[in-house]
Design a protein around this ligand. Structure first.
Ligand code: URA
Length: 209
């Protein structure tokens, strides 16, 4: 299931985000503010009845069900979306470090992970600004599914059609949803999204090498 956000504020923020003249500080701020993505992505969070008393009367409200959902930023660029997401909902946070193998862009190297062994019954949210080839998202989703996850939502800012197709072809047997701000034209020969916004990790945190 693919959901593309359609909102004038999202389009405005995304346009500033894409602009190559936007400095890192503003870029980081905008990525956090695009937390509106999280609102849409968390629409189906499980809740349970919660009896409380207001100063006026007893009532039955709703609270998040247990086990609490987990949010998994894919390092490094996914960290840029974490602050906004945690302001939205206090979730359990896991970490997954994956990067694409520059020689073979559809293959992934996992270089870090801090996740519960058992994810069964937990709604999982994978955050990563760019859905480019889809290789990272498929690998990360399989990683979660191997630990028992059956309900995974990917939250990305920009997706490429090629990545969406790859994900459609390689993820099955779990409840899987992708929420994005925009689907762009294509990937270039270096697997960057066109027009995209460049390297999200570099724009958030600077160029390391
Ligand atoms: N990762 C990025 O940061 N940018 C792209 O365009 C593609 C993958």
């Amino acid at each position: 299931e693919l959901h593309v956000l359609n909102h004038p504020l999202v389009e405005h923020k995304l346009t500033v985000l894409r602009d190559k003249n936007t400095p890192s500080s503003t870029f980081r701020e905008l990525v956090s503010e695009l937390v509106m993505l999280g609102h849409e992505a968390t629409r189906n969070l499980s809740v349970v009845a919660a009896p409380i008393e207001t100063p006026v009367a007893p009532m039955t409200g709703k609270k998040l069900a247990s086990p609490r959902p987990i949010i998994v930023p894919v390092l490094r660029a996914g960290l840029g979306m974490l602050d906004g997401m945690t302001r939205l909902i206090p979730l359990l946070i896991g970490f997954l470090g994956m990067k694409r193998d520059e020689e073979h862009p559809t293959q992934q190297v996992t270089y870090a992970n801090r996740l519960p062994e058992d994810l069964s019954g937990r709604q999982c949210f994978l955050i990563d600004p760019m859905l480019a080839t889809g290789g990272t998202l498929v690998a990360a989703t399989h990683y979660l599914a191997e630990r028992g996850a059956k309900d995974v939502t990917a939250i990305n800012i920009i997706a490429a059609p090629e990545g969406i197709k790859y994900v459609e072809e390689h993820i099955a047997a779990i409840d899987f949803k992708v929420v994005v701000c925009a689907v762009d034209e294509r990937l270039n020969d270096k697997c960057y999204i066109v027009p995209g916004l460049g390297d999200a990790g570099d724009r958030l945190y600077g160029v390391i090498d």
